[in-house]
Ligand binder design. Structure first.
Ligand SMILES: [Zn+2]
Length: 140
């Protein structure tokens, strides 16, 4: 059974298109200049319309996480246990908080405060998923 994949909408389509090029991007408000996540038409900070897309490095810090032990969808039965984390991106730690998976590390070793970097998963047809892995100095 194939895994469900993100379905881009008008607001998120540029984000997913950039992921296909292995670029992580975020909206930046043209009025107040703050970055925002998730993609939206209206700025959550100043309530104005208008944004540009800017690249971000894809480095950040795990601020919280859970370990999923039970497959809530049959397509994930071979994936459990896996880690779901909030990653606060370096460019705007309070505004760019992405929810994703942590890979390349046993779930027992994931911790809050761990430095991570984006890694694009191209294993699913039609989408590149931005996942996060420990930065090299975090690896043993
Ligand atoms: Zn704004």
């Amino acid at each position: 059974m194939p895994r469900p994949i993100p379905v881009p909408d008008a607001d998120s389509a540029p984000f997913w298109a950039a992921c296909r090029e292995h670029r992580l991007t975020a909206q930046q408000c043209t009025t107040c200049g703050r970055r925002r996540w998730p993609p939206a038409e209206v700025c959550p900070h100043c309530r104005k319309l208008g944004a540009t897309w800017v690249d971000v490095r894809g480095t950040g810090t795990i601020t919280s996480f859970v370990v999923q032990h039970q497959a809530m969808h049959p397509a994930f039965s071979d994936a459990v246990p896996y880690t779901i984390a909030f990653v606060s991106l370096d460019e705007a730690p309070e505004d760019l908080l992405l929810l994703s998976n942590v890979i390349d590390i046993p779930w027992e070793d994931v911790r809050v405060g761990m430095r991570v970097e984006v890694a694009f998963d191209d294993s699913t047809e039609g989408v590149s998923l931005p996942l996060f892995r420990p930065m090299p100095r975090e690896r043993l």
